[in-house]
Design a protein around this ligand. Structure first.
Ligand code: TYD
Ligand code: MG
Length: 481
């Protein structure tokens, strides 16, 4: 008789316990625990399939007891730690990827790249694979292995043609059997391993079909052990399932070192690569790419990504103001549109701005700046479908409303940064200097900021940009309108 281990897995957060609980002890969701039984791996005689490549594969297999016991902190060896060196990825494309990874690919790391089907994960990873294979030291062979359980070699070959990949050092392999894959890795000893995708691979002896929870978890753990033992970085693709399925990458986030998510709007060719977990760096980083005919290209002028076409000063519309917001360590300029209609039914509608935030700014404009907005229908919109989450955009929202109400277009050479308080006062926001430099770099002439920010940023060093400090909304209105 087979020994079976029972475990309970939360299908909300993936937490595993040995016991049933009414609420998950990790994420506190109610009634989400599901029972799983896993064969006992230690019992190798009773599970067929394990004997086959036992000698080679033993070390990757689950449930190995670690020989070494606890070690004194003072006796832990302090050689060059893995985090001290990274595989550099030069070039615009590589730099963009390296930034998100926190400065390059760390040897021995397990990186999960998640995203909706069709967003471009396979494309990204094939490009990264080729990039690593191409940029090795001359004379040193640096094979990179791309394993796909999703597509045939022919399909991958066709994609590689499209991406104009020609490197000799990229190896493709089509397989879904983890043991088989790991054996090939051992023979080839690649500089990096890519597995597309975790939902298609399986480990013999683990219950459930490929893509099921136990399979996904055990396969990931096997890849983690491979990465740690060999220092080969492993990049793993995971689909995000619409239903938030158990086998979605969420479950894996606990196991892997780095989690990146690839996002993209349906009708836009831009793709964002976002780090949501990184054991080797900040999770603030964001990579911006554009999906082109020949694959993903790094977007270098990402700050202006969300700006609509630039009008010349004579054709600027009233009700438009530009704000500098941050996402991770990047600055973006965005446009806020406002439309005030007097005499009609009083109504308010917000797109991309929290209604409560809009109400607050409108009330402050009425009370503290004396604008007679009470009788107006006001519509607010963030251009290009973004959502304004930062308070740094407050001032631009207020300026857009003023501009529409006064029917006075704001010259498109002015940008606004600042938070608005209930007294109409302007408050400074984090990373002022970075925001202002971006505004300067994009050729703006004036930047309106809170007076309190002037001390720290100063007025020089921004080229032709004039930085103007204002204490409150009244001062802003006097200067701009
Ligand atoms: P893919 O990498 O297959 O997505 P995923 O692996 O995340 O499912 O990419 C899917 C889309 O990308 C597909 O609709 C075609 C498009 N694409 C391009 O626009 N240009 C290209 O060079 C490539 C390879 C794909
Ligand atoms: Mg794919």
């Amino acid at each position: 008789k087979k020994k079976v281990r029972i475990s309970w897995v939360c299908n909300n957060c993936g937490n595993v316990t040995g016991q049933w609980w009414g609420t998950c002890r990790s994420c506190h969701a109610v009634g989400t625990l599901k029972q799983f039984s896993e064969a006992n791996y230690g019992d190798k005689d009773k599970i067929s399939g394990f004997e086959v490549s036992e000698n080679v594969m033993r070390s990757w297999l689950p449930q190995q007891k670690d020989e070494a016991g606890p070690i004194r902190l003072t006796e832990v060896s302090r050689g060059m730690s893995q985090q001290d060196w990274r595989i550099a990825l030069p070039g615009p494309f590589g730099n963009e990827v390296a930034t998100v990874l926190g400065g390059g690919l760390v040897p021995g790391s397990l990186v999960l790249i998640g995203g909706d089907p069709g967003v471009g994960k396979s494309t990204l990873l094939l490009q990264i694979a080729a990039h690593i294979a191409e940029r090795h030291d001359p004379g040193v062979p640096a094979p990179v292995l791309y394993v796909s359980g999703e597509e045939s070699l022919e399909q991958i070959g066709n994609r590689a043609d499209r991406l104009r990949i020609e490197t000799e050092e990229l190896f493709l392999y089509s397989s879904t059997d983890i043991e088989d894959i790991l054996e090939k890795v051992e023979n080839l000893s690649p500089r990096a391993l890519i597995v597309d995708s975790i939902q298609t691979v399986y480990l013999t002896g683990v219950t459930g079909s490929a893509g099921g929870l136990s399979q996904v978890k055990e396969c990931t753990s096997a890849l983690l052990r491979l990465a740690k033992k060999t220092s080969i970085p492993v990049l793993l693709i995971g689909h995000v399932t619409k239903t938030g399925d158990l086998a979605g990458p969420r479950v894996l986030e606990h196991i892997v070192d780095v989690v990146l998510y690839m996002e993209g709007e349906k009708y836009s060719s831009h793709r964002l690569l976002r780090s949501v977990k990184n054991r080797y760096g900040s999770t603030d980083e964001l990579g911006v790419f554009e999906m082109s005919e020949s694959g993903l290209q790094a977007v270098t002028n990402s700050s202006e990504l969300f700006l609509s076409e630039q009008y010349s000063d004579s054709e600027v519309l009233a009700g438009l103001a530009v704000a500098a917001i941050m996402d991770g360590s990047r600055t973006f300029l965005i446009e806020i549109q406002a439309l005030c209609v007097s005499g009609s039914r009083v109504a308010r509608q917000c797109n991309g701005i929290q209604p409560s935030k809009a109400d607050m700014i409108i009330s402050v404009l009425i009370k503290q700046a004396g604008l007679k907005l009470q009788e107006n229908a006001i519509f607010l919109n963030v251009v290009s479908g973004l959502t304004l989450e930062e308070t740094a955009g407050d001032l631009a929202v207020a300026a857009a409303i003023c501009s529409s109400f006064l029917e006075f277009p704001i010259p498109n050479s002015i940008a606004f940064i600042g938070e608005i308080g209930l007294g109409g006062e302007l408050r400074t926001v984090p990373r002022m200097e970075k925001r202002i430099s971006t505004v300067a770099k994009l050729g703006y002439k004036k930047c309106i900021v809170p007076q309190s920010a002037m001390k720290s940023v100063g007025t020089s060093g921004f080229g032709y940009l004039k930085v103007i400090g204002c204490r409150n909304l009244k001062e802003v209105i006097n200067i701009v309108f």
